[in-house]
Structure formats: C-alpha cells, structure tokens
Write a protein that binds this ligand. Sequence first.
Ligand code: NAP
Length: 710
Amino acid sequence: MIRNKLVVLYGSQTGQSESIATDIHEDGVFRNYDIELFCLKDEGKLFNISEINCAVMVCSTTGDGDPPENARKFIRNLNRKTLPENHLSQLNYALLGLGDSNYSTFCGGPKKLEKSLKKCGAKSYYNSAFADDATDMEDVIEPWLDGLWPAVEKFFSNKKACMSKNEENETTVIESSAENDTNSENNVINFSGVTAAKIQSCNKSDAQSTKQLNDKEITLNSKDTNFNINLQEVSTKFLDMRICSTQVPLEQCLQKGSDELSNLDLSLPCTFPIYLEIEYLENQLPTSGSYQNGTKFPVASGEIIEAKIDNIRQLTSDDALKRTLEFTLISDKMFDFKPGDSFGICCENEDSEVEWLIKRLALEKSADIPAQLSISKNTPKKSVPAFIPLVFTIRQALKTCFEIRSVPKKPFLRALVECTSDPAENRRLQELVSKQGASEYAQHVREANVCILDILATFVSCQPSFCLLAQHLPRLMPRRYSIANSPLGVSNAIKFAFNVTRFDSHPSRTFTRNGVCTGMLEKIFDKKHQKGLDKTVRIFPTKSTGFCLPEDLSRPIVMIGPGTGVAPFVGFLEHRLALKPSGDFVLGESWLFTGCRHQDKDFLYKDTLEDFKSNGVLTHLKVAFSRDVTRPQPKYVQDSLKLCSHEMMKLILSSDAVFYICGDARNMAKDVRQCFIDMIAKCKICSDEEANAGFKKVVSAKRYLEDIWT
Ligand code: NAP
C-alpha cells in the first residue's frame, strides 16, 4: 500500500543532517502532518522506500565526497542492476545536501543519493539544494527550509486534486493527510504571538484582504467566515521568506537595527507552543551520573570511557600568537587505535556560564533539585529530547546536555519574542526573525556568532522558561582531535595537541570566550598543580576515515601538516620507529613538510621531529617559518613543496607514494592542492584541466589523503 504521508529521511555522519531532519520532522508535527522520521540505514527494517510517496531527505558528505556510513547501504541497494527503472516511480522527494567545497568533491554524498533515486524513477517535487560548509551553510539551508513547506503543501494539494478526479476508479486506501485534518469542521489551531504582525489573507477568493492582529494569542478557526484563512497556507506564507542580502551599516548592532527596518510592518514566522513540562522530584537522585542519556554519539565507533589525564604540557612559548597544549590520557580500558585515527572528547559548558544562565533565568532555587521532563497534553509531540537524562538537575543539564554557545536559529528567537516584555526589545527581536530583517539576522546573529547568553544579556526583559530553552537548544556535541602517538609506544595512552581557540571580540557579543572544549582543557592545564583536581575526561573512539599508514611500509610517504596539523604525523613516525627494529623490511622514504610562525615560539615537536630525522625514520624534514624576518623563505608549506617540486613530481607521477595532508581546510589544504596541480602542469607541460585530471586520478587511487578541519 502506498502511504499518503510525509516521511523525513536522513543520512548523517556527524549528526548535523540528523539534527536538521529532526527539526523538519518537529516542524511537520506542529503543522499537523502525518509525518515520520527515519535514518536511511533502517530501510527494510523500519520503513520501506518503495512504499513512500512523499519524502524529505537530508544527506551529508564524508571523506572526499562519500555518502555518510548510514546511507551507503541504501544507495548501494538502489544501484543494483536487477532493479527495474520504475522501482521508485511512486516516490517524490525534496533533497537537502550538505558538503564542503574545501574538499575536492563537493556534496558527493547527496549527489550520489540523488543520482540513484533518479535512476530508479523517483521524481523531485522541490529543487534540491546543496549547502556548503566552506561559505555559510545557512545561506542555503534557510531559504531551502523556507520554501519546503509551500512545496510540500502544493504537492499534497495537487495530489488531492488528482485523487478526487480519479476518485471513483481509485481503489487505493489513502491515510489521512495533514491538509484533510486542518480543514476538518472542528479543527482549531493555536498560533501564539502574532502580535503586531499583519496577516495577509490567503483565501483565494479574497486575496487582497488583510487583518491586523493585536492579541497576544489568537485562535484561528479554519471555518471562521470573518477571517477565512486556510491555516496551512498562513503558516507556509509566513515561512516563505527569501533572504535579501544588503549591506548593514556598522553602527547597528544586535540591540538596535536600521531606522528603515524599525518603520516597517513585519512578517513573522509562526511560533509553536512549548511542548515540554518540568516536574521536580524532591526525593530522587539524577540518573546516569546526570550525563547525557545513551552513550553513542553519531561519530562514535565505541563506548565512552573515563580517561585519566596523565600529563599536560605547553608546546609553544608564552609569547606565541596561539597557545598549543599537549595532553596525554591513559586508561586500562583504552580503545584500540591506529596512528592517524581521531577520537571524541565529551566536553562540558563552563561553570561560570551555567551559573550566569541559572541566575538570569531566576532558577537558583530549583537548579539543583532532581527533575523530569514530560510532554504537555494536547501537543502532537511524542517524546522529550532523547539526550536529556530521565532524571536530571537543571544545572547538570545546562552543563552537560545543551550547546549553550550555539547560534540561536530563528524559531528559537521567535519563541523568545513571546517572553520579552519591553516593547522596544520585543520589537527588535521581531525584526531579527522577520522576513524584512533577514540580512540583520545574518549579520548580527549568525555571522556575529552570538549565543543565548548574548541574547539574554542584551534583551534584559526576555524571561524564557527552562522548558523553552530545552526545546530549542541543540545537543552538546563532542569535539574531535587527532591522536598524536602510536599504540606501539604505550598502548593504553593517547596523546593529542590543540590550539586554544579564542574568539575575537565583537560588538554583538557580550561574552568574551574561548572554545568550549579547548577552554575546558586549558582550565585543567591552568589548575594542574592544584591538589584534588578531578583530572579525567570522557572520551570515545571515532570511525576511521582511512587516514592511516600504508600496510606496505616500503611505500614512500609525504606528510604535509603545518601548525597542529603535524600531530598525526608524530604518531606515524613513532609507529615507524617502533616497527623498524622488528621487521625484515626496508622503510620507504618519508618526507614531512610542516610550518609555524616563529622557529623559537611555535615550532611544534621540534626536538621529536629532529630525533626522527637523525634516527632515519624520517628522511626529509622541511619547515617553513611564516613570520620569521630572519628566515623569510619558504613562508608556507606549499613554498617548501615548490622548492622540492622535482622530487615531489617523481613521487606523485611515477611511484606509489602516499601523500597525507592534515590541518586547516579553509586555506592551507586548498592552496596545497592547487600547488600540486600547478606543479603537475609545469612538469608535464600541460593545461590546468589536464593537470587537474591527473591530480584527480591520484586522489581516486587513494594516494592523496586529507584529514582537514574547518
Ligand atoms: P596555525 O597555527 O593557524 O598555522 C600554522 C602555520 O600555517 C602558520 O605558520 C600560518 O602562517 C600558516 N598558514 C596560514 N595560512 C596558510 C596557508 N594558506 N597555507 C599554508 N600555511 C598557512 O595552524 P593551527 O591552528 O595549528 O592548525 C590549523 C588547523 O588545523 C586548525 O583549524 C586546527 O583546528 C586544525 N587541526 C585540528 C586538529 C585536531 O586534532 N582537532 C588536528 C590538526 C589540525 P601565518 O599565520 O603566519 O599566515
């Protein structure tokens, strides 16, 4: 039986697609759609794709253009040669793809998915969009989401028209659709907080009429003759926004917008009711150490373990531009790893920020009482966010469950409008979520990287409940780091190095800050001499990306990693050193290109690398100093590569050498890739296109491997 309902499907590697799909599902629930949410890996178990009529799909990309692991089998199944061309002719889809143009194949995952869907006869009812992490994903995601619901609505309207035409001959049973429900005689939907918004009537017979709504909360009845509005159309119309990007003068800020905007009638998206309720349980203790429910994060390939901090050292001098720290963690239960693997750290929000939030939300009296969340009556939502423990305290939840530093999305700000009493502040928040204020939201919220702390510090009359925050704040995700040692050294220990992330000051941000995880680790470093300090961190292994040494150690390797990008190569070289005396094999030649700003301030692992060179596991060590006036050349790793272009071309064009690149994705990795293409063009005396094609062959042969970070 073909199901006449909306199904949201996702393929996700790090959880981002899953989170977008979950938001879409939630939005659909509140729009009264008959809607379900599944991961693509559950095809055949929880859902059957050949029974779905209307789908919304969100799929990301991993590695160099691969689909996420949990989407691969689904795509493979669709590519079976035995499937007929019309295998999915009943399926209509809308696809949002996520990718990063810093990698050589942009959005390869979702593009492969779409190709397979089309090959099986599926049709798209809404233009596919591909968001780019290298620029700003939201520039694509937000307009795509805005247009999604009108497209879904149109799809079901067309389908309904078609169905009623064929009604007499039709034998298929159609399950109830959202539209049928919304238009039923008794159906009433609450839209809260349409204050000061002008609703344009969407009734086709009365297209010009408008009505000013002044009530804080109104109830619209789809059969109201005085105000004859199709509720689905109202909500989709409010959300049908397009971003109009205009330059905003600098004197404006989060708190104050342009004069022009302050005089406009605003179109606001609708807001959905709070569906969570909190109950305090005076006599119970929080569950599972009050940490997040379930141990598995999307990127995890094993259980979380509590590792002891065995050693911490600073790798840079005190006057270096960035502070680099190295941690050594040990555990009897340490997971298996290879040099080049990475792992996840479960981080926690800063105590001072949590404390500030508790005070600001006036929750001092209840913050430490065990509590439980449940779903309010009369909402279509079925469950509380799965990552919140069954029994928790507000303090522990704010510390360990929620990403309180995340940029609030528009639905969150829209909900905050309802709890802001000061008229000027209320109006400004409305401006930021309105269609007319789209460019101000982009500049003062998204690009300024503000978080809920900044919003609450700026809009002092905004007084949201904990439940509102719990409904909108995303899950606190772990941070990933490269392992900088070999298991052949000490097998129950891992080392990693990182720069402490510092955010520059910005007029819209009230809070100065370090990165959540690097800030947490730096605090441990600063207090390392204090007695009784809890020196453990929660870590877990992540899925391997294939960034590892070749099995045949006689193959030449070229490692390129400026700054902390050198970390995995320290592990590679330690591994080669440990294997050297035991094998009857010859180690292939090895090159390491690294870089720093000043030889005497931030040359990471200087002594270790020089030792590797002197004992022969590293054949060539090339270091670039980007800001040493006494040694101005080579400045960057690519300048060092060019100085060795003859050797590099021999290795890339006529050997089976493996090239490894680790570090910054936005600039360095792109420039290094271009450097190789230029060197190939020069060496082979060919065009850029031909050189590019030659380079791509090396990439597809998995001889050019990247582990790059944005
Ligand atoms: P960094 O300190 O910012 O830079 C290292 C060197 O690279 C500096 O000399 C810098 O020069 C130079 N550089 C700047 N632009 C360059 C370009 N276009 N091409 C080549 N070199 C360039 O680097 P980092 O912060 O350590 O690491 C880079 C990135 O790798 C970070 O984003 C980091 O998060 C990521 N990473 C993370 C891990 C992890 O475990 N999480 C592991 C490895 C790398 P100037 O500043 O003088 O221009």
